[in-house]
Design a protein around this ligand. Structure first.
Ligand code: GUN
Length: 293
């Protein structure tokens, strides 16, 4: 079994980007600038946004966090997005999800101009991804693809089983890995809440990607010996022995599954840092104006 060190791979990617940013900011007179909208006080979302800010600083990018109260109206949120869309000094804009229930998430995502949509969530950018056209790839699927590439895991013709069909991870990663492209060309099975015989299907996976949001759901029974397992889950479990008061667990029962795998991502330090690297890559793309509106 070999651990896939997402933290190290992400650090390498960020170092390369930092060099490019340093060169470009001299030419262009300002660094790349990412804006993040954070609504409410969800501790996980606050941590994600803080980590994104930290990574921006590490690579020499500017970031601005627009913090808004839980009870903000949809109209006010849309107004802020419109304001940022029209700000020439801001290259990328993300709205941290999930949003409070009274806000229509689809409407908010569609309000971000596609050129600044560095999450790759806008319907125009999702369409471009499906068609294989230049776009912002969503950060976690891109991060997973880069992990496989940098670990030299052969994907061509391999059976990839994805568990979870969210718009953010499961659905786009299934599309990305099934495309006719380098580091893709998998035969993909997308499993979800209505899938029958889930463990039997997972057991046929050469590459198993788990993004269900259920702590330690995937046990040894789901694993083919020698598989590659990518764990997208992130759960805070109360743990008084830790300084923070919690420890992090994935969707995969690591201790049981790891001995069966050829490669596996740890939690933390696997997919998480790669998601942020993906966002940084997209922000640089936005700054270079590589994607159309
Ligand atoms: N919430 C969970 N993952 C993500 C992500 O990649 N981007 C945003 N904006 N929100 C998220």
């Amino acid at each position: 079994m070999e651990l896939i060190n997402g933290k190290e791979i992400a650090a390498q990617i960020k170092m390369e980007i930092a060099e490019e940013v340093q060169k470009l900011r001299e030419e262009r007179g300002r660094p790349p600038h990412l804006a993040a909208l954070l609504v409410g006080n969800d501790p996980a979302s606050e941590t994600y946004v803080a980590n994104k800010e930290k990574s921006c600083a590490e690579v020499g990018m500017l970031s601005s966090v627009y913090k808004m109260p839980e009870n903000i109206t949809e109209e006010e949120l849309l107004k802020t997005i419109n304001f940022i869309n029209n700000d020439d000094e801001i290259d990328g804009l993300i709205v941290q999800l999930p949003l409070p229930r009274h806000i229509n998430t689809s409407k908010v995502i569609a309000a971000v101009c596609p050129q600044k949509d560095v999450d790759g969530f806008h319907p125009v950018n999702v369409g471009r991804m499906v068609l294989g056209q230049p776009t912002y790839l969503p950060a976690t699927p891109m991060g997973i693809s880069m992990l496989l590439e940098k670990t030299n895991i052969d994907t061509e013709g391999k059976h990839c089983v994805v568990v979870g069909r969210s718009n953010i991870v499961g659905t786009p990663v299934s599309i990305l890995l099934s495309r006719n492209a380098k580091n893709a060309n998998c035969t993909v099975t997308l499993c979800h809440g209505k899938t029958r015989n889930l463990s039997e299907i997972c057991k046929t996976a050469d590459i198993l990607i788990v993004a269900v949001g259920q702590c330690e759901m995937i046990t040894g029974q789901y694993i083919k010996e020698g598989a590659t397992v990518i764990d997208v889950g992130m759960h805070r479990i109360s743990d008084p022995s830790k300084k923070s008061g919690y420890s992090l667990k994935g969707d995969v029962k690591f201790d049981e599954v790891a001995p069966l795998c050829k490669y596996i991502t740890p939690v933390p330090g696997g997919v998480g840092p790669m998601t942020i690297a993906g966002l940084i890559i997209n922000t640089l793309k936005a700054y270079k104006k590589l994607i159309e509106n």
